[in-house]
Design a protein around this ligand. Structure first.
Ligand code: IMP
Length: 207
């Protein structure tokens, strides 16, 4: 499709994670875009074989854009724990056992950090987000959230490693925050607000 015919009004969110899709829609707010949820498309498991968050985000966006014929928004995120040399990193979903429950993955993370004192349990969530059209990367951004890994879970909200990720400035884990609180400080919130700003500028341009 030539670039002048890009449909700027409909974007597929390239993820099968219903929680993440809802987070992204909430962060974007009412900006005149029709969002298609990636988990309603039958595209199966995307092979996230890239060697960086950016590569994985592009792989996901390409798969969903091809399947839907629409602009695609993808993110790839991960947890980097300093005491583990940055692991699990881009393999956050797989390193501690692909078929394990999230609770089991958290227990494995805590087991590996058992001897590590609080002040050395620093970590960060990283999120790379991309917008891709017709195989072309339109924009790529990064968001980061610094925190500390606790030695036990606190809170029930969110997903993934949220219950053990303390945000020191706020004094709560991500799982103790409301969706709105998490979105204000989170890696994904920061990345998606940059994408939203791009979209608002881009919608006004005619190509
Ligand atoms: P994804 O590949 O971007 O979906 O993320 C990979 C993994 O990183 C997820 O399965 C989670 O374990 C972890 N992760 C990413 N973002 C978050 C978050 O906001 N909270 C908790 N865990 C997250």
């Amino acid at each position: 499709m030539p670039r002048c015919q890009i449909d700027k009004t409909t974007i597929v969110i390239a993820s099968g994670n219903a929680h993440k899709i809802q987070e992204i829609k909430t962060i974007m707010g009412p900006i005149g875009i029709r969002w298609l949820s990636g988990n309603t498309l039958d595209i199966g498991q995307v092979d996230e074989s890239g060697s960086s968050y950016l590569e994985n985000a592009v792989i996901k966006a390409t798969a969903y854009s091809r399947a839907s014929g629409k602009l695609a928004l993808a993110d790839d995120s991960g947890l980097e724990v300093d005491a583990l040399g940055g692991l699990p990193g881009i393999r956050s979903n797989r390193l501690f056992g692909e078929n394990k429950t999230q609770e089991e993955k958290i227990l494995e993370l805590l087991r590996r950090l058992k001897q590590v004192p609080f002040e050395k349990r620093t970590a960060r969530f990283i999120c790379h987000a991309v917008l891709l059209s017709d195989e072309q990367l339109l924009v790529s951004v990064q968001g980061v959230l610094d925190g500390v890994i606790l030695s036990e879970s606190r809170g029930k909200a969110g997903f993934g490693y949220d219950p053990v990720f303390l945000v020191p400035g706020i004094g709560k884990t991500l799982a103790q925050m409301s969706d709105a609180e998490k979105n204000i400080c989170s890696h994904r919130g920061s990345a998606m607000r940059q994408i939203r700003d791009f979209l608002l500028r881009w919608q006004d341009q005619t190509w």
